[in-house]
Every structure is written in C-alpha cells, then in structure tokens.
Write a protein that binds this ligand. Sequence first.
Ligand code: CU
Length: 308
Amino acid sequence: MKEFLQLKAFIFLASVVVVALAAPESCENECKNPGIRREWRSLGFNDQKAFADAIKCSLHWHLLSWHRLFLNTLENILRSECHYTGHLPFWDWTLGDYHDIKHSYLFNADPEVGFGAFPGPETNYTVTTGAFRNLIRAYPYTHRGQRNYTLRPFAYDPLLQANTTQTLEEWKKLVTGSVGNYTSFQYSVDGVRGEGVHIATHLSIGGDVAALSYSPNDVIFFLLHCQLDRLWAAWQGYSPQNRYAIGGGLTQDLLHYDTYPVGTGTPVTLDTVILLSNLAPNTKVKELMDTKGGVLCYEYEITGSTYM
Ligand SMILES: [Cu+2]
C-alpha cells in the first residue's frame, strides 16, 4: 500500500508538469525565431557533446520541479551560464527504441556523449559508463546515478510491459484523443496506476529517474520530459479545442484517486500562478500554453511521431 501511495504521489508530482507550466512575465516580444528542440539522434556528435558538457556545467543547480517552466528555465541556464548555444534535445522513443529500450541508442557507453549503458547488479546498478558517469548526486544521499531497467515494473500487473505505452500507435492515440478535455489527456498520459507512458517510462528505466523526489538526478529525465512536453504541444495543436484547455485541481485526493486523478479542490485555470521557487518569475498558466508565445519561444523538430 505504501508503495502504491508513493506511486500516486509520484503521479501527482508528475501531473504538476503539465499543469504547472510557467514562463517569465515579460513577453511582449513576438516569437519570430523559435529555438528548435531536436531529437537526440539528429544532433550529431559535436552538438551532443556540447549538451553533455553544458549539463555537467549546470548541475550545481538543484531543481526539483517537473514542468514546462522547469525545462525552459534549465534551457535558459544552459545557454546563459554554460555557453550552450543549442536547445534542449528530446528522446523520441517511438523511433523504434521501444522494441528494446535497454539497448536503445541513447543508453550507450560513449564517454563523451553516451547516457551510459544500463548497469547490472555487479555495480549495484550504478551507471559507470557514459558522459555523466562521474557525476555525484547529493540527494537523498551522496551517490552516483543508478538505473535498473525493468520491462514489467508494475507489481499489481506483473505481465504488463512498460514499452507497450511507447509505440507510435499509442502516441497517436494520445495526440488525437481527449479532444477538448485536458483532464482526460493528462489522465491518459499518466495512467491511474502508472500504466501511462509518462510513469511507465520513469518506472521501467528504474533507479534515480524512477524516484518520486529526485528523478532529475538522471540526465535522461530532461530528454524524457521534453518528449512529454512535445506530446502535450502536439495534443494542443491537434484541435483548436485543445489549445487552451486546462483542468485538474491544486489538491491531490489520494483516498479518491481514481475519481480525481488530476487533482481536486481549487481548480487549475489559465490564471493559476505557477511558482518555481526563485528560479523564474511567477507565471500564469496561460503564459505557458503556447511554446511560441508568452514567455516561451521554441518548437520541436519534426520526427516520425510528429502528428498534429
Ligand atoms: Cu516525469
């Protein structure tokens, strides 16, 4: 039961991602030249290395938020503090990776641009290869990053495979479903019991990125969440009814989770103010509804799963 409550809390925090998008308040400028967020594979070695180097530079920042503002803030930090001239990359698992996530392109041992091969019990699932192998994570105790891939991470349904959520077919279902109903969309992305692509991806990779309160310890977190941000943007673009749809509540009801999977209590509206500690100005949800408007100015590279 405790584990399930943790999972629910995990889903809640994750849900803040979609609800809690923020952007700085000054946005009178038009977004004429949006930054392009690219799929990792299309970056090429030099740009991959530039990202890896910038991430290593930036990681003295300790951030624990999971939302569009968070990613935008990180992107700004990489560019302003770490001499990074690119934009955040995303990981499009529908490009075939889902057949074998454990051996997918990103998780390779290259010392400069690899995210590290999946480790085994001999290192206690500590990632010992890849560009980020030497990063020490301070939370919740001093350690090197861990991962433990589990194809079937759901205790309540031992046969359910996480990668069934990562197919192109599932992606299209999410983008084209829930028209005009944000709550239903987020519900589908998370799943009531973590069976949606968002939570399933976290849980199957395992280790740090599967942890409720410190999943950003693993750099793959950022590429994973860019992909989810891209999914949301695709859904927003699919129908005019989706564009400014928002929903859910500010309070999580764990006792009636199935009834209120996206929160209850004070409803989240376009005027809800998102707080990101003091890392970014307080921002209203409506300033985050357009990746090329408000305080945001980026778009996603077109890939095989772009479906709008
Ligand atoms: Cu997440």
